[in-house]
Design a protein. Structure first.
Length: 369
């Protein structure tokens, strides 16, 4: 079992300094938001080699004078080594979850500045790790650095901060008590986000679920789509099983490829990206490879390759055999949410019956009942 833990060199959250940003907040009860800078395009600059690389987010108030007009109390926490999101690993998710847990009582909401490439994975992972989350955790970033003349960083960050501080106008309760991704005027549930664009500002899509909010002249929240406030207290999980893989099927895939993926030493789970509504080859060699993996205790989670897909195992003959082998149908879960869900559920140390139950059930809004 390959369990990820926070690395020993990770700093204690209490040792990381908070830098208050100048805003228009004057009232003592003004919402308090913690802005966590992990890296990403939003804070990049051109290095000596002419490449965009993450830098320390210096003097954010100078780069974004819009922040000064917010009626919020915002504190900035920059990680010691900002990173490109392509380098994000499960240990980072565990540390960020611990960081939010440490500051949870002191802030009304959280905004995480993150690179776009793996933002959907990170948002899904934090959704699972922060059980009974009762405050907003909004991931955002930019397609252009904050210093660029046409950067989308200002609009994304300012609105993400407003969402993190938003409360119901009547009940005065938290408006979005869950992890979300805000980008290009749309707030998406963390377990439903998928990056679909690298050249346009509309980088993310909400897959198989309506957006939680839209930003126009004002903020329009879809309260019917937002998860309810939890009854329990926040629980920060600190274990993830990293022995997982993704196997995307394609016509012509060979037994050698399938066996190589499913035979990886220490593999505990694999996301099968199948066709249509969860269909796969019925060739004897393919089914035998899946059977051998299951006999070794490898969990297989069936996810559709279709962007708006939903797995219905048994609808076609080509998926009936998967259910017979013990493959778990993922319904309409995204690959990003499926990978991180496998890591989370398998890291809980549960028995087989409970693992099967949790993999097939909706935990954080990743599956439509």
């Amino acid at each position: 079992m390959l369990i990820a833990h926070c690395p020993l060199m990770a700093p204690d959250p209490a040792d990381l300094p908070l830098a208050p940003l100048p805003t228009q907040a004057t009232a003592a009860d003004a919402p308090r938001v913690l802005l966590v800078y992990t890296g990403g395009t939003v804070g990049m600059a051109v290095n000596a080699a002419g490449e965009l690389a993450p830098m320390e987010l210096q003097r954010l108030d100078r780069q974004m004078p819009e922040l000064a007009r917010l009626p919020l109390r915002v504190s900035l926490l920059s990680l010691p080594e900002p990173m490109d999101s392509s380098n994000v690993a499960p240990a980072d998710w565990l540390f960020w979850a611990r960081l939010i847990g440490h500051h949870y009582a002191d802030f009304d909401g959280f905004v995480v500045l993150h690179g776009t490439d793996t933002m959907a994975y990170s948002a899904a992972a934090l959704s699972y790790l922060l059980e009974h989350l009762g405050k907003p955790v909004v991931f955002t970033g930019a397609q252009l650095p904050v210093g660029a003349s046409r950067s989308d960083a200002q609009r994304n960050l300012v609105t993400a901060l407003e969402i993190a501080a938003a409360r119901h106008p009547c009940a005065s309760t938290v408006r979005v008590p869950e992890v979300g991704v805000f980008f290009n005027d749309v707030l998406i549930r963390g377990t439903r986000a998928k990056k679909v664009e690298s050249q346009q500002f509309a980088a993310f899509k909400s897959e198989n679920y309506p957006p939680l909010a839209r930003a126009g002249i004002g903020l329009e929240f879809s309260d019917a789509s937002i998860r309810r406030l939890p009854a329990g207290r926040l629980r920060v999980h600190q274990r993830l099983e990293t022995g997982v893989a993704v196997l995307r099927l394609f016509p012509g895939i060979t037994a050698a490829v399938v066996d190589a993926v499913l035979g990886v030493p220490g593999l505990r789970g694999c996301v099968l990206e199948t066709y249509g509504s969860g269909n796969a080859p019925t060739a004897a060699w393919f089914l035998a490879s899946l059977a051998r993996a299951r006999q070794r205790g490898v969990w297989l989670l069936n996810v559709s390759q279709c962007v708006e897909g939903r797995v219905v195992q048994g609808k076609y003959q080509t998926s009936a055999a998967l259910a017979d082998l013990g493959v778990v149908g993922g319904n309409d879960i995204t690959t990003e949410a499926a990978v991180t869900k496998l890591m989370f559920v398998l890291g809980l140390g549960l028995d087989e019956a409970r693992i099967r139950q949790l993999l097939g059930q909706d935990l954080r809004g990743e599956i439509t009942p």
